[in-house]
Design a protein around this ligand. Sequence first.
Ligand code: PLP
Length: 418
Amino acid sequence: MNKSVYEVIKEDEEYLMQSFKRWYPFVISHGKGAIVYDIEGKEYIDFNAGIGVLALGHGNEKIISAVNEQMRKFFHYSLTDFYYELAVEVAKRLTSFMPYSAKVFYTNSGTESVEAAIKIARGHTGRQWIIGFINSFHGRTLGSLSFTSSKAIQRKSFSPLLPSTYLIPYPDKRNPLCSNNCTETLISFIEDWIFKKIVDPSEVAAFIAEPIQGEGGVIVPPSDFFYKLNNLLKKYGILLIMDEVQTGIGRTGKMFAFEHFNVTPDIVCLAKAIGGGIPLGAVVGRKEVMDLPPGSHANTFGGNPLALAASKVVLEEVPKLLDHVSSIGKKIIEELKDTKSPYLYDVRGMGLLIGAELRKDNKPFYEGLEKVLYNSFKRGVLAIGAGESTIRIEPPLIINEDLALKGTKIIKEEIEKL
Ligand code: PLP
């Protein structure tokens, strides 16, 4: 017999460590496309996509057949000890989207991609320092956590983290540093303060950044920032690592978000959408940078064949969706901008990674965020928060316009009711 929502949640609280935050009591039963159902049969519009994972939505038939077919051949065979063709096929396809000759290292999650990128950058340059940005999210393991800083609770009681790291402000227009020419101010801050007072640039292996801060509140940097940052880094032989775990694989209307910013990172971290819902991550980087020697880095599950079978479908289908993603994203943003509420401070984003920030008395309006998310859930729309008080909208890339606007209107009405 099926359990009730209440029963599942009660047992969840009893048997699972509660180190994460749930926004509302949604217990999934199944999904199709951009619609999900709870175990009591209620239907919802999915504006989460399993947090940026299900680019092709729920129950994609091509993924189901590809995974089924692969399942009949073999489930697993440790790619870092043996060989299989599928791993090469997917790597060929993935590297074809990069602006230079690239190589791939497969992982199982976003945080593992970031860990690998840190090692690759240190191993390749022989340098130790890595610089990240405040308000970023790069994962929860101790290496990636050294650069994660979107909420203090993520780090609280886990120090010491990696030494030889430093966090600098992100080019966020809400930051007073950015009130006047954000890009120039931050670039000179790096050159005149960080490189002259904290660490000599000859000791810096890499900078790591999200091209758009996702978990930090969907923060879109000025269009020239990464281009100019990279020019500075190149002067000193410092690598640029872009964490595209959330923004990559079509989420922003391009295969990679860095394409919006006229920049070519040396290393790109991927996960979430690349496996179509089956755990898979990847680090893709310049051939000459991806040069860790045999024995120095590997894993048991990276490049799992079931995940790669799904990924092959994702990498075939997502490029066909890019224009759709940009167009639906613009319509959602337009609709949200029309909200009549004194609490809607900003609507921003690219493609289908969209944030609507709520503020009250010039401060983040967290209670407002919780209320909008909960009431939207009650009315059949699932979205979660980002940053301190931003509604995060990231539906499957295949969502159609009707459904996207229907869900957006419900969220808009809930903001208006605050
Ligand atoms: N990097 C970014 C930009 C992310 O958004 C996330 C997860 O939200 C991660 C890394 C960590 O990924 P995972 O949760 O798969 O470890």
